[in-house]
Design a protein around this ligand. Structure first.
Ligand SMILES: Nc1nc2c(ncn2[C@@H]2O[C@H](COP(=O)(O)OP(=O)(O)O)[C@@H](O)[C@H]2O)c(=O)[nH]1
Ligand SMILES: [Mg+2]
Length: 305
């Protein structure tokens, strides 16, 4: 009675099953990998046609939902924390911009630990737009939120965004490079000689100091690691799985490890014009940055992991 899947040919004429009902079913699993419609012949041995239909239905029901629905082309991941003031407007504007680009996309709002209405607004956005997904966890942690968003992404390309930036010009330029196969990862750099960074001087200086430390201590080759980036999801999956730190330094570890794994990383200059000052004060972030930097130096330089 157990269902038996075969490929194209029907059972040999000399050995027919005692009672058999042959039927075809769309092969959703194949369709996910290959856009051309494929049919697989499923032969079910059963006592009656009704039983055969029931078995066929159970096979269809067992197909994972994801297999029936191929992923979008673009996954835009946005960590969000206490962003009730700008979340709705930023995501609706980004959503309209992405629709105009004409490529299938999803927006993943990755919230954790917000004390305001961010979580409720993210849920409302996910109900209002089929392309928006809201994921959440308890502890405020930028790196964890970004990592969870990347792991939840289904797109061919992942674009890491910030809610105060939502920079569609960066998306277009980065996708042009990825589409042409000129790199596997594009980092938007605030510290590139051609970048325009409109943030206050203390924060520009902090960016210089942290990137200098990453270059000296961890062999980083580049000018910036934090913020906007875009990459081919399959090219970075292994690298993400190897990352050990969270909070502010996860993004830096991702870029540095990508370089160490010979992923083709390139930088492009960006214009930084934030919609509001950062939610966490710069000096409050320093102890964690230093702690995670020491951990990274140990793990990468000493333990060689
Ligand atoms: N989920 C989550 N997102 C965060 C956290 N801290 C910052 N973010 C988000 O990360 C992005 C950048 O944060 P921002 O405060 O502008 O800091 P900046 O990167 O130094 O400019 C924004 O989308 C924030 O909402 C956090 O603890 N958890
Ligand atoms: Mg910001």
């Amino acid at each position: 009675m157990s269902p038996r899947k075969s490929t194209k040919s029907p059972p040999p004429a000399t050995e027919p099953p005692a009672t058999a009902v042959a039927a075809t079913a769309p092969a959703e699993a194949h369709a996910a990998a290959d856009p051309a419609p494929v049919e697989t012949r499923v032969v079910v041995q059963a006592e009656t046609p009704a039983q055969a239909q029931a078995i066929l239905q159970s096979i269809r029901d067992a197909q994972p939902a994801a297999a029936a629905e191929p992923g979008p082309e673009l996954s835009v991941v946005i960590p969000c924390y206490n962003e009730e003031a700008i979340l709705w407007a930023s995501v609706t504007e980004l959503h309209a911009g992405l629709l105009a680009m004409g490529r299938p996309f999803e927006i993943i709002v990755s919230e954790n630990g917000s004390k305001d209405d961010t979580r409720a607004i993210a849920d409302k956005l996910s109900r209002a737009f089929p392309e928006v997904r809201a994921i959440t966890s308890d502890e405020p942690n930028y790196g964890k939120a970004l990592r969870r968003g990347i792991e939840a992404a289904r797109g061919t390309y992942v674009l890491c965004e910030e809610i105060d930036l939502c920079d569609l010009a960066f998306h277009r330029r980065a996708l042009e490079i990825l589409d042409a196969g000129r790199a596997d990862m594009v980092v938007g750099s605030k510290a590139h000689p051609e970048a325009k960074d409109e943030r206050p001087m203390t924060r520009r200086a902090a960016t210089m100091v942290i990137n200098g430390m990453l270059r000296v201590l961890l062999g980083f080759r580049g000018t910036d690691t934090h913020g906007l980036k875009a990459f081919r999801r399959d090219a970075l999956q292994f690298t993400v799985s190897k990352c050990v730190v969270d909070r502010d330094l996860f993004a830096s570890e991702l870029v540095i490890r990508a370089q160490r794994h010979d992923v083709r990383v390139t930088e492009i200059p960006i214009i930084i014009h934030e919609k509001r000052p950062p939610s966490i004060h710069l000096f409050k972030r320093v102890p964690n940055v230093l702690k995670n930097l020491a951990r990274l130096v140990y793990v990468i330089r000493i333990a060689n992991r």
